[in-house]
Design a protein around this ligand. Structure first.
Ligand code: AMP
Ligand code: GLY
Length: 422
């Protein structure tokens, strides 16, 4: 099969690495890809939201399946674009259509879906400029900290967690008057959940699903989970506290009702679902749905999948997932993200990365890199995800940290405490 992967991050490099192991793969293309994916397949410089450009690639290279990495093209309707064009409607697309992608594209839609289908989640209130007094009253019923979420996509920046009620009211007012543009014209105010976060992933054909390994990611820039939120500074799979009982509870109370809810609401879904969870005393609640795999979670989840992921994607596209199970490595995989100095605020691109070929005990997934003048240069806030196997999490982490000693570029930064809380 000829496959086109959409995206340019560590997640897409991990997919490329995994698909390259499949006997089903003939040619792999990545749009736009990075310096890492260029070693596995052919990068084509077309942006993830350039649907006409993507169509041209599909026709020119006889693509059989498109696998969509990031949320933006899904929420913008890339799958619908394929369904509605007779020249490409035969091509399989992994990633849901626009309706289902609204589970990530609108927090309000996701909350209403969860309530309708009895899926455990935080209490909430949807604020608009028309009900601001009621919104203040809802805030007054909550204990601090106060959780405010822009309804729409805000590049991971749309969630504010505030200690002070007056500040929460001020921020709410600013959000509703456009702090995050149209994304915050509606704001979901949530009860604050306590516990420890983890994520679990499924691949579904809309009726059946396979559960993929769970993972925990580390979102804050600073040691000990402090400082600004990032796209993710590291991840580990498995999550030590996620025992069989917890996973079964999550399957019964969250995964099954979600898949059944999609069917009841007549919402087709072919692709990955990312359940962001908060777990306390063996009880899991959904913080958010993402309609794609996580990044950097993919850099630990995919290396643990022993089954042929491409074969599973084909089965999903043919509504045949019921016939499949997934075999998973018992090993731990940890990834540590190397970022550009200054990230998640401003940072510079174009720094030459050295030492990649000296890494032998880890897989280095490129997250934000580019080939230029025969050198690999930094091209993003998150630059490289250094993933390693180990029989324990300590061993996996030690392998990653040892590999990192070989890699350098100007202003390189990473967290030294990934996994500290497990
Ligand atoms: P989200 O974009 O919805 O994943 O939110 C970003 C982060 O904010 C999550 O990973 C959590 O750490 C935190 N968060 C979101 N919602 C809640 C909540 N209701 N209670 C506590 N923390 C939350
Ligand atoms: N690591 C979180 C995400 O992919 O959204």
């Amino acid at each position: 099969m000829n496959i086109l992967l959409i995206g340019s991050g560590g997640r897409e490099h991990a997919f490329a690495w995994k698909f390259a192991q499949s006997p089903l793969l003939k040619k792999l293309y990545i749009a736009p890809g990075n310096a890492g994916t260029a070693e596995i397949g052919t990068n084509i410089p077309v942006a993830v939201n350039d649907f006409a450009g993507i169509k041209n690639i599909v026709l020119e290279h006889a693509i059989d399946m498109v696998v969509v990495g990031p949320e933006v093209p899904l929420v913008a309707g890339i799958h619908d674009f394929f369904c509605n064009d007779s020249e490409i409607s035969h091509v399989a697309v992994i990633g849901p259509q626009k309706h289902a992608a609204t589970l990530e594209g609108s927090k309000k839609f996701a909350k209403e879906f969860m309530i309708r289908h009895n899926i455990p989640t935080a209490a909430y209130f949807t604020a608009t400029s028309k009900n601001i007094q009621e919104a203040y009253e809802f805030l007054e019923t909550q204990k601090p900290p106060y959780v405010l979420k822009a309804d729409g996509l805000a590049a991971g920046k749309g969630v504010l967690i505030l200690e002070d009620l007056a500040e929460a009211k001020t921020e709410l007012t600013e959000m509703l008057s456009g702090k995050f543009g149209d994304a915050s014209k509606q704001v979901v105010i949530e009860e604050c959940l306590h516990g420890i976060e983890m994520s679990i992933f499924v691949l579904t054909d809309g009726k059946s699903y396979v559960i993929l390994p769970e993972a925990k990611d580390y979102k804050r820039i600073g040691e000990g989970d402090t400082g600004l939120n990032t796209g993710g500074m590291g991840a580990i799979s498995p999550v030590t506290f996620a025992n069989t009982v917890l996973i079964e509870t999550i399957e019964t109370q969250i995964i099954k009702p979600t898949i059944q809810g999609l069917q009841k609401d007549s919402i087709p879904y072919v692709g990955f679902i990312f359940f962001g969870l908060m777990v306390q005393n063996g009880v899991a609640k959904v913080i958010e749905y993402n309609v794609r795999m996580g990044d950097p979670e993919s850099e630990v989840v995919l290396p643990r999948i022993q089954s042929d992921l491409l074969e599973l994607c084909v089965a999903a596209s043919k509504q045949q997932l019921a016939d499949y199970t997934v075999s998973v490595s018992p090993q731990t995989v940890a990834t540590v993200m190397l970022v550009s100095g200054g990230y998640p605020d401003t940072y510079e691109n174009g720094k030459t990365i050295q030492g990649l070929s000296n890494v032998t005990q880890s897989i280095v997934f490129h997250a934000g890199t580019k080939l230029q003048d025969n050198a690999v240069k930094t091209a993003g806030g998150r630059v490289l995800a250094v993933s390693s196997y180990g029989t324990t999490k300590e061993e996996a982490l030690q392998n990653s940290y040892e590999s990192i000693r070989h890699i350098s570029y100007k202003d390189m930064y990473y967290r030294t405490d990934i996994g500290f809380d497990l």
